[in-house]
Design a protein around this ligand. Structure first.
Ligand code: ADP
Length: 571
């Protein structure tokens, strides 16, 4: 039965009981009022008539006067029409006959007294009969009222019990399934899909329970199938990550390790199970490599693991979701092979440039000898050829020198001889070295270097080399008859800045960030101007090795300003 039907039946039943109760009340009230009416009509009036007859008869003991006759006649007639009790009719008839006789006889008749007596007796008889009937009917009415009270009390109690049990049970009947449903829905919202409702009834709740159970079953199936595919994908990604030669460590936003592949756990020296799920800074307290990975910005790293030294570059990728960082992945790329190749290249360059230096020097020596008039005079053409060879040999010597310096820097064999030097010394050396070249191009080098400047803490040779390089570039890329400004000044209280400003073609902004890279040359440099592209890279290494900074500012068509800083002595 549906809830709707049940509600209808329940309320209808209560309604029916209420109607029955009302009907019974009306029935009993009507019955009591009918009894009362009967008593009044049937008996009380007869008593009244009899009393009236007696009163009228007693008014005169002799012959009846017309008034008495009228009253008695009327009351007897009324009594004759109100005969209700057994024997009352005969009494009324006798009364009528005695009254007729009394009417007929004269006042002197000796029977008159007897007739008066008989009429009074008969009237009393009627009165007595009706009084008895009244008592009987009253008793029966009282009985009926009592039984009505009893029945009404019984029906009322029954109605109360039914209504009470309805009031007690019905809210629970509706609310309990809803409560249970709410509990199950809460569990489902926590992804606990193994929820079933046990509604056995054949009503709407039963249907609801079945629908809910089907839904949770489907959700559970879906969850499991989803889970299986997610697990499969996870396994696949884990396999890919583990088969990589690079070390990969994944961290969540709170720095807990989510995963670490085999290479990573070998490098860190801890099994994967001891890493996953752990708070990385806790492990880093006792693990140098992990500490370096978390704290240092160092890009290139030398790691000793598996009984050998390997080189790695560190890359940190932020993992974001909806513009929020939800973790990071640290990748250590194994560059040992490249490092070895690079070292082989550097060694090769170092050896070659070193080996080339001797024959080039001997060429230069031979050229010097050839220039000597004592060996023999040369015509102008031969002299020009000799000059060309001399210039090329000088260039070759410069290139091999730069290559050798580069090799030194790369192999970490750069040795600095620090000392206290006045900036003027560095400037003078450099300007002197560039004098001839600048004069050839009619470029004026304007020097601004105050004698009062403090000394700098520097390697004189290396710093002069850098300044010569900057000046040489400035002259090289300047227009003829222009000026190059060499300014030395105090910078940031504890540093001295050397800057070389030319007014040449300038450098395109997009190349500025790469200008200090090894072998980088700005595209479009003309043949006469091109070098190895190593000068600025070596200059950067030399300056940074002395804890200084090197940089460039340039504007196309306006010229370039190269500068570097060195620590001053004292304050
Ligand atoms: P190179 O031996 O080729 O001069 P450098 O490292 O000294 O090598 O310079 C790298 C490149 O930077 C040069 O090839 C040149 O294109 C550019 N460059 C250096 N100095 C200047 C300058 N003052 N003006 C314009 N370009 C310059």
């Amino acid at each position: 039965m549906t809830i709707k039907k049940k509600l209808r039946v329940g309320i209808g039943f209560l309604f029916l009981l209420a109607i029955i109760c009302c009907g019974l009340s009306i029935y009993y009230v009507n019955r009591l009022s009918a009894d009362e009416k009967n008593i009044l009509k049937d008996n009380y009036e007869s008593v009244q008539y009899s009393k009236n007859i007696c009163v009228a008869i007693d008014a005169n003991r002799g012959a009846l006067n017309s008034q008495q006759i009228k009253v008695v006649d009327e009351n007897i007639t009324a009594e004759e029409h109100d005969v209700t009790e057994p024997g009352e009719g005969q009494l009324a008839d006798s009364l009528r006959s005695k009254f007729e006789t009394l009417k007929r006889i004269g006042g002197n008749n000796p029977d008159i007294v007897e007739l008066h007596l008989a009429i009074r007796k008969l009237s009393y008889g009627i009165m007595q009969l009706n009084m008895t009937a009244i008592e009987r009917k009253y008793a029966s009415a009282t009985n009926a009222a009592n039984s009505a009270t009893l029945i009404m009390a019984f029906v009322g109690s029954f109605l109360f019990l039914v209504a009470f049990s309805f009031v007690v049970n019905f809210p629970g009947y509706i609310a309990n399934p809803i409560k249970e449903l709410t509990e199950r829905i809460k569990e489902v919202s926590k992804r606990n899909y193994q929820q079933q409702l046990n509604f056995k009834s054949n009503d709407e709740f039963g249907e609801l329970g079945q629908a809910f159970n089907t839904m949770t079953k489907k959700l559970d199936e879906y969850e499991h199938s989803n889970l299986a595919s997610i697990l499969f994908e996870k396994k696949r990604i884990e396999t890919i990550i583990n088969s990589m030669h690079d070390a990969i460590i994944g961290l969540d936003e709170k720095s807990f390790i989510i995963f670490a592949n085999e290479v990573a756990s070998t490098l860190i020296g801890l099994p994967e199970q001891s890493l996953t799920g752990k708070y990385a800074p806790d492990i880093a307290l006792e693990n140098d490599l992990l500490r370096n990975l978390l704290v240092n910005d160092q890009h290139k790293m030398k790691i000793y693991a598996d009984n050998r030294e390997s080189y790695y570059t560190k890359e940190v990728l932020a993992v974001t979701s909806k513009d929020k960082i939800i973790g990071k992945v640290i990748i250590l790329k194994n560059i040992t092979e490249f490092q070895q190749l690079d070292e082989a290249k550097t060694n090769f360059i170092a050896t070659i440039s070193h080996e080339l230096k001797t024959p080039i020097s001997s060429i230069k020596m031979s050229l010097k000898l050839l220039e000597d008039k004592r060996i023999g005079a040369m015509n102008t053409e031969q002299q020009q050829l000799l000059k060309n060879i001399d210039e090329d040999a000088a260039r070759l010597l410069q290139i091999t020198g730069e290559l050798l310096d580069m090799a030194q820097v790369e192999t970490g064999k750069l040795q600095l001889n620090f000392g206290s030097t006045h900036p003027k010394n560095i400037v003078d050396y450099a300007v002197k070295a560039l004098k001839t070249t600048a004069e050839q191009k009619q470029v004026t080098i304007k020097v601004q270097c105050d004698e009062t400047l403090p000394d700098v803490h520097a390697d004189l040779d290396k710093t002069t080399w850098v300044l010569i390089n900057l000046l040489s570039n400035a002259v090289k890329y300047s227009r003829e008859k222009s000026t190059v400004d060499l300014v030395v000044k105090v910078y940031k209280a504890d540093e001295i800045e050397f800057s070389v400003q030319d007014h040449g073609r300038g450098i395109d902004q997009r190349y500025l960030s790469r200008i200090f890279d090894r072998y980088f040359k700005v595209p479009g440099s003309t043949g006469e101007q091109t070098g190895t592209g190593l000068g600025l890279a070596i200059a950067k290494d030399f300056i940074e090795a002395q804890a200084g900074k090197i940089g460039v500012e340039s504007e196309m068509g306006e010229g370039s300003r190269f500068y570097f800083t060195l620590k001053r002595i004292g304050n």
